[in-house]
Design a protein around this ligand. Sequence first.
Ligand SMILES: [Zn+2]
Length: 489
Amino acid sequence: MKCFTASLGTETNTFSPMLTSRQSFEEEFYAAPGRHPDRPTLFAGPLWAARKRAKTKGWEVVEGTCTFAQPAGITTRHAYETLRDEILDQLRAAMPVDLVLMGLHGAMVADGYDDCEGDLLARIREIVGPKVPVGAELDPHCHMTMKRLAAADVIICFKEFPHIDFVERGEELAELIGAMAEGRVKPVASVFDCRMINLYPTTRQPMRGFVDRIQALEGRDGVLSISIAHGFPYADVPEIGTRVVVYTDGRKEFGDRLAERLGREIIAFRDDAYPPILPIDAALDRAVARNQGLVVITDPSDNAGGGAPGDSTFVLRRMLERRIGEAAFGPIWDPVAVRMCFNAGEGTRFQLRFGGKMGPGSGDPIDAEVTVTKLVRDATQTFGDALAPIGDAAAIAVDGIAVVLISNRQQAFGTDLFTNLGIDLGAKRICAVKSTNHFYASYSRMAEEVLYTSAPGTLTLDFKSIPYTRVQRPIWPLDENPWSQEPAR
Ligand SMILES: [Zn+2]
């Protein structure tokens, strides 16, 4: 078995004020062929699975480029086309191959390309021809377009949000595409469009139980794989929204019925999928009222992992105005402020302007007298087993609130975002972070209670307020009842 594998990914927030360039990829993660580190990375699950099969099954594996950029705004045409063509050239040079395994994100939008993954997979199909199995692993926050479904034989999404299962899903993809290459299975896709924009953390019910149930359906009755493409709400492209994808071993009608049944279940629990969102003051009231333990408040609206700048100040400003002490806040992406802190040195008290710089969605900068409590060069935080670099980082104390400033744009993943900078969360009453749900696995271990708020920002949870112009209608919640019509297949 000769396998070609590569990965290319980012999650494009078309409403974000920052472009994604070739440099954005090279700075975040870029591994030339053969240079991928000896550990799994989020969008190269298929490469990891292929390497394993090189050892255990004697596969010949040709590795192409693996690269991904921290989510931000539209990808430049130059970045997408050069990275795409680099990978396609590598594939051409590797031909003939028996199978192709791609690690993609699935919500990459470039200047001139609404559906980068559809474009890339279609070009891969052109090169390998109709008979070579092509598979892709995607983040569930993707646009599951008809173009990519037609171009690939199998697409598998991570089932978990937070995405802790990317290695397992990459394994499944390699297993399925490998079986297909050996002529043991004939995967057929069934797709159901839920016509919904929504978020679905799998750390809470009803989604937790739903994911467990669909997992139990796999491997029986000819069901090869079930993916729930949650969709990514922050893109103004036609095919956004939640779609169910079922692959069966040649049982198309059965698969269609199953996809529709599962899709209708998701539609039924749409109002309970995401935790209740409290206004900022209500979240702070509730946190202050709790007499013991740590309350963690997250603000997904400025989640860098969804393409937001990560420098908004709405929540912190309210905490300062209300004189809330014994608190921590982070991260705020502000490389200039970090530099000022390094300039000042640990222990120095001085007047600093920080945050609120990238645009109206970031709020106003905060001007305050701060004390630099800790400085760390090339700091990191953990996300499960993975290490996420946050660049040079500074901890500052502002009126009883410990704030983490970072220079490599990122959301809050692990509580070591704070502890690595000398901030003891055990001694705090309130910790406010920027993240949609990836923070949850780590912070919930320390928290007495976890609350969700939503400031104005690039990733507002009020989907109706997003200025879409190109999204296919009807779709909930922009339209009250899109299900009165026959759903798309
Ligand atoms: Zn995701």
